[in-house]
Design a protein around this ligand. Structure first.
Ligand SMILES: [Zn+2]
Length: 447
């Protein structure tokens, strides 16, 4: 452990902004100051209580899951991942946390944890793993971040709050800028603005805890070696697919070497434990049947990231031939069409995506956006209302509803939504638009 993290000396290096933010927490009675790390027993600067970790998790994790095309509809696959994670969580340092493990429908290779114990892995990473011990190593690593309170620690340093605010404001923009902002948002696949970026020390500790948890659950220590090996080779052969994982979880040759050594020394006895390869293959068979379609979507994502929309389309079309009801492929196609200003075609794909997965929010947002562009404000409003039912609390939805009412010339209703929006967000293009309209309408006596 390094002293900088285990002591509370960071107070002196706090910026004024961080200090103000922390003081506002203190006022709300949330400040806890120096806390004892549940894993190391050492002191760490901790200004976020456990209740607050859980509350932040509940509030923000649904947005990240939705950005990753929602929780997989494959209940058996999800239950399997949840079971594998919970088995280890029961032997972790913070058994009291409300852990939940899920597969999200994103194609890129990633896994992440929110501070209250919501942990997700993408279907892309599941396809890259070879056995259950590797899955356990992956989930164990994320559990390590939650148990050592790494995210809470980052928040205490004032980092995550910026990401949270930035993440929710990401879609902001006025009429002209709506398109531009959306384009930049879609350019980065699963931008992960809400995800914590860990330090190398955090990574070392999460690896070590992950190995401890997986071995205690009866897995071969070789699972961690296999996971590190896969991540390393993925970085070499498909770098675009694993970019976000590496930017949030810094990867190094050292992490691989440490896993090899620890498996040989500290956990040597556990090497002969099972990898459960067959069980993994059985439970992921339905996912692996979609591998070709997912490969095509990964190729499309690389093109979308480079804004080569026309080059992305053939991959998506081929993916949809193989998997016509795939929510992710339909949403990606809708986005690609909208980015090419093909509003009607984009709307069509967004509506197909809604049918494929009615409980997921993104498709409602996209068809709402398409309908705004087509000047069907009434129809767009209905889409944004549905979005709100599925994923409540996104301040941007307030703005979009206001914008639809404005399009229908229903000024009092528009004014109400804009006012509610400005209570949550007071900067950016959307806020500027809302404020300007409110002043105009007040001056004209329209509201
Ligand atoms: Zn990590």
């Amino acid at each position: 452990m390094n002293d900088d993290r285990s002591s509370c000396s960071m107070r002196e290096s706090m910026t004024r902004r961080q200090f103000i933010w922390l003081s506002s927490l203190a006022g709300a009675g949330l400040i806890t100051g120096c806390a004892t790390n549940p894993v190391t027993g050492q002191k760490q600067l901790m200004l976020v209580s456990e209740d607050q970790e859980i509350q932040i998790d509940k509030q923000y994790s649904p947005y990240q899951f939705s950005a990753d095309y929602g929780t997989s509809q494959d209940k058996k696959l999800n239950d399997y991942v949840d079971r594998t994670g919970k088995k280890m969580a029961a032997g972790s340092h913070r058994t009291q946390m409300p852990y939940n493990f899920r597969v999200v429908n994103a194609n890129y290779v990633n896994a992440y944890a929110f501070p209250g114990g919501s942990i997700a892995c993408t279907r892309g990473i599941l396809l890259a793993l070879d056995n259950e011990a590797e899955l356990a190593a992956l989930l164990g690593h994320e559990l390590g971040h939650v148990n050592a309170r790494h995210t809470a620690e980052q928040m205490s340093k004032g980092m995550l709050t910026q990401a949270v605010v930035g993440g929710l404001a990401v879609a902001a923009g006025t009429q002209g800028a709506v398109y531009g902002n959306m384009a930049s948002q879609l350019g980065q696949v699963g931008a992960g603005a809400l995800l914590a970026s860990y330090s190398r020390d955090n990574e070392r500790q999460a690896d070590s805890l992950g190995m401890e948890y997986m071995v205690a659950s009866g897995y071969s220590s070789d699972g961690m070696v296999g996971l590190m090996d896969m991540l390393q080779s993925m970085g070499k052969h498909k770098p675009g697919t694993i970019e976000l994982m590496f930017s949030t979880h810094p990867m190094s040759e050292e992490r691989y070497q440490t896993a090899v050594q620890t498996a040989e020394t500290k956990y040597r006895a556990a090497k002969k434990n099972p990898l459960y390869r067959e069980r993994y293959m059985d439970h992921t068979a339905s996912l692996r049947a979609q591998k070709d379609a997912i490969d095509l979507m990964q190729q499309a994502e690389q093109e979308l990231a480079k804004k080569n929309f026309a080059a992305a389309d053939p991959h998506l079309r081929n993916a949809l031939k193989k998997a016509p009801d795939d929510y992710t492929a339909l949403v990606m196609m809708a986005k690609s069409q909208l980015l090419q200003k093909q509003w009607a075609v984009g709307r069509q794909y967004a509506e197909m995506a809604q049918q494929a997965y009615p409980q997921e929010a993104q498709a409602y947002h996209l068809s709402g956006f398409a309908k705004v562009q087509l000047k069907d404000f009434d129809g767009a409003l209905a889409e944004f209302k549905r979005y709100d039912e599925v994923l409540a609390g996104n301040p941007n939805t307030l703005f979009f509803k206001g914008y639809c009412y404005e399009g229908m010339k229903q000024y009092p209703a528009a004014g109400q939504e804009y006012k509610r929006y400005l209570q949550v967000v007071n900067q950016g293009d959307y806020a500027g638009h809302a404020y300007k309209r409110l002043r105009e309408w007040q001056a004209k006596g329209l509201i």
